[in-house]
Structure formats: C-alpha cells, structure tokens
Design a protein around this ligand. Structure first.
Ligand code: UD1
Ligand code: MG
Length: 451
C-alpha cells in the first residue's frame, strides 16, 4: 500500500513577526518544513503535496531545492484545516492509498510514529495521532470510547467536561485518500471559529458507521512553532536530543551543551568532540576523528584518525582523508586533502587538492579567486610548502617538490623541484644604528620646539 503526504503550511505565523513564511524558519540548520518532509520521507511517499498560502512563492522555491518532485498547491483563503487539505485533492487525483496529513510547523514527528499509524489503519478507517498533554491548553480533545475515537472537539467548542480531557489532537491524521476527500466534503463551518475543521471528519466517519482510533506519541514529537520563543525552544529540544544520541552512539562530547548539531550531522563512534564546536549541515565525521575546541564545520567530511582544530573552519567540499591534521586558524573549502597531509597553522586552502603526506607551512594561501572566477591549486604527494607561500591558481606543484618560505608561486613547479620567488636578502652594515640615532635626534628637536 502506498502513502502520500499532505503537509499544511499556509499559516502566516503572525507571532513570528517575520517577513519569512513561518515554515521556512530554521531549526538545526534546515527549515521546519524540511523537518516535516523528512519525517514523511521515511515512508517513501508516492507524492508529497505542500499546501502553501502566505509567501507561497518563497515556500515553493524552497521546496524545489529540497525535493523537486514535491508539489506545492496554494490555499488562497485560510478557511480551516479541512479546507487546506481539500486543496491537495487535484494533486492526488488518481492516487490510491493512504494519505497522512502533517503540519509544516511541527518538525519532530518520528517516522516510527507514522508507521504505527499506518499499522493502526488495519481495522480503522481513520487514525489520528494523539498525545497526553502536560498542559492541554487550547488543543483539540480526543473523545474516546475504549479504542474507538468518537470525535474530536476543538477547545473553543468544548464543554467543561470535554476540556477536562488530557488526550489531545496532534493534528496528524491518516486515512484512505478517497475516503478522506469524501469526508472533507461533508465538513461544514458551523462552529465557534467559523472554520472548516479537519477534525470534524472523525464524527462524520463515525456517523457513517466507520471506525476511527488514535495512536499516541510522546508530547515532545508534537511540539509546534508559532513564535520566536517556540523556535528557540524547538532548537533547544533538537540539540538536547542530538547530543544524547551522539553520546549513546559512542561519541565523546566533552561538554555536550556547547556542541551544536545540524539535522543531518553524522559522527562515528569513538570520535571525540571538544567544547564549543558547531556542525552546520552536511557534515560526516568518521570513527576516531577528533574535532578540537572552537571549530566550525559545514558540508565537509572528516575521515578516521583526522584531527581538526582548535579554531579550524571546514567549509563546503572540504574532504579530509585519514590522519589529516588541520590546525588553528586554518580554513579549508572545496579541497581534497589526502592521507596524512598537514595544514597546521593560519592558512586558507580553497579549490585545491593536497597529496598524501604533504606539509603546508604556516600562513600558506591558495589565491583561488581572480575577482571573477575560481581556480584550482593541485599539490602532489610528499610536497613541502614553505611558510607564507602564496599559490596563485591555477597552479600545480609536483610530487616531492618544495617551495621556499615567502614564495609567490605563479608557475607550475615540476616534481622534485624547489621553487623560490622572493628578493635576495642584503645586509647593510651599521645601517640600523645610524638610522635610529638620526630619528632620535629629530624627535628630540621637535620636543624642544614645543616646550
Ligand atoms: C489544530 C487542530 C487541533 C489540534 C492542533 C494541534 C483543527 C481544526 N484543529 O488546531 O485539534 O489540537 O491543531 O496543534 O484542525 N492551516 C492551513 N490552512 C488553514 C488553517 C490551518 O494551512 O486554513 C495550517 C496551519 O498553518 C497550521 C495547521 O494547519 O500549520 C494547524 O492550524 P492551526 O490554525 O494552528 O490549528 P489549531 O487551532 O492550532
Ligand atoms: Mg496551531
């Protein structure tokens, strides 16, 4: 049986006080909407339909980057959650299978929870995801009769007795596509909010003699974002979980609360992460690597046994092979650094390849940008680059070659050769002493004139 996703993302998120549509605000390096899409992606959906409203073009552009196959439909008027889901009907024309409705501002629903909802569909026409709320507040309440879900009542419409129910509606609903859209057609807006409530489909299904039930999950999964405070709380919740998972997976975090992960950070067991390290999106760190304090990594790969930092910056496309060393105040971007190579101090290595065991001296810069285009620097194996070498790309340094300290390399260096390009040193005897006494005399004269 195949599954499709409908993700509701029309809300403006007024309380965010933002020009950006709410679902595009980020937690752990990617949008809330992307988090929701990732939860659903684990079910390998037949189709993903996002219902956008406020900032629909911006949402669409972002969705295109994440998943070009996903379809964005627009809800022009915000008439309620049932009306929002109805906007996906045409996009799902011809689809036979389950539809799962998710909210784009609710990023943490686990794939396993969605799977258990699909399993519960066996024997029930509609399955709702509920949770026991510590503070039920204004959530919709699930009115149960044993295993049977009789109806969902919105807070605004609930009696005092119904408001006392603590089992709440997360908003996630699963039903057969054909049935879902049929039920939605029967939904009216005669309620306290004057909206078409998706939650009304339960009562309608029951009146038609169909069965409904609820699957429950941890309240943490249903955490939604409506304000910047919620966003910060969601970030904190994500980080707490990611840190705990890293520790459970055998990663040493010396000061877990100071390490920041992205949604897709992958770290192997027996890796060590020192305090104050930031992992942006797209980072993989292999087993036994060490990321030293105050390092900043994104879009990069660190192989086993490599040591990065302290104070290193690895940017998009930095690929460190086994046992590479990248030291303090070194920036590496779009560069493949082969096994055992060392870049230990104060360097910029961009658009480059560095061969195995090569040593890059302190202060080396790959001059990769001419103001219009980027050019590559290719350094062979067992090369010794002297301190403060400027490598003006495009340029190649052959295996076992050297550059002298302070050299500006503008031509290729053949294998085994030594490149030296700097003025020859000249020592002028007694020049320094004579110059200093002349300057002292001038200064003394000026001081006399002032007094
Ligand atoms: C909804 C549920 C409630 C549940 C709560 C969980 C309904 C009627 N109520 O209430 O039972 O406990 O979520 O958070 O479904 N949206 C649209 N278009 C619309 C209306 C809403 O896309 O016309 C989207 C919103 O952007 C949001 C989601 O649907 O992502 C839920 O809408 P919201 O207005 O927050 O519903 P609640 O009143 O919180
Ligand atoms: Mg809400």
């Amino acid at each position: 049986m195949s599954t499709s996703l409908v993700i509701l993302a029309a809300g403006q998120g007024t309380r965010m006080k933002s020009d950006l549509p709410k679902v595009l605000h980020q937690v752990a390096g990617t949008s809330l909407l992307h988090h929701a899409m990732l939860s659903g992606a684990a079910l390998e959906p037949w189709k993903t339909v996002i219902v956008a409203g406020h900032g629909a073009e911006t949402v669409e552009a972002s969705v295109r980057d994440i998943d070009p196959e996903a379809q964005v439909v627009v809800q022009r008027e915000r008439l309620g959650t049932a009306h929002a889901v109805a906007q996906a009907r045409e996009a799902l024309d011809g689809f036979e299978g389950e539809v799962i409705v998710l909210y784009g501002d609710t990023p943490f629903i686990r794939p396993g929870t969605l799977r258990s909802m699909l399993e519960a569909r066996d024997g029930h026409a509609v399955v709702v995801l509920g949770f026991e709320a510590a503070d039920p507040g204004r959530y919709g309440r699930l009115v149960m009769n044993g295993d049977e879900l009789e109806r969902i009542v919105e807070f605004k419409d609930a009696t005092a007795a119904e408001r006392a129910i603590t089992l709440c509606n997360s908003g996630v609903i699963c039903a057969d596509a054909g049935l879902l859209f049929d039920l939605i057609e029967a939904v009216g807006n005669d309620n306290a909010a004057g909206e078409y409530y998706l939650t009304d489909i339960i009562g309608i299904a029951r009146r038609r003699g169909l069965s409904a039930t609820a699957v429950t999950c941890d309240e943490a999964e249903t955490m939604g974002v409506n304000s910047r405070r919620d966003l910060a709380a969601a970030e904190a919740a994500f980080q707490a979980r990611a840190r705990a998972e890293a520790l459970d997976n055998g990663v040493t975090l010396q000061a877990p609360d100071t390490v920041w992960f992205s949604y897709d950070t992958a770290i192997g067991r027996d890796a060590t992460v020192e305090p104050d390290v930031w992992f942006g999106p797209g980072v993989t760190v292999e087993t036994g690597a060490r990321i030293r304090a105050f390092s900043h990594l994104e879009g990069c790969h660190v192989s086993r046994g490599a040591v990065v930092g302290p104070y290193a910056r690895l940017r998009l496309g930095a690929e460190l092979a086994e046992n590479v060393r990248v030291g303090n105040f070194v920036e590496v971007k779009n560069a493949q650094v082969e096994e055992g190579a060392k870049i230990n101090h104060l360097s910029y290595i961009g658009d480059a390849g560095i061969g195995a065991r090569s040593n890059i001296g302190a202060g080396t810069i790959t001059c990769n940008y001419d103001g219009h285009m980027k050019h590559r620097t290719e350094i062979g194996a067992d090369v010794f680059i002297g301190s403060d070498t400027m490598l003006v790309a495009p340029v190649r340094i052959g295996d076992e070659a050297m550059t002298a300290t302070g050299t500006v390399v503008t031509m290729d260096v053949p294998a085994g050769a030594m490149a030296i390009a700097r003025p020859r040193q000249e020592n002028k005897p007694e020049f320094a002493r004579r110059l200093m006494s002349r300057l002292r005399a001038i200064k003394a004269k000026l001081a006399e004139g002032k007094s």
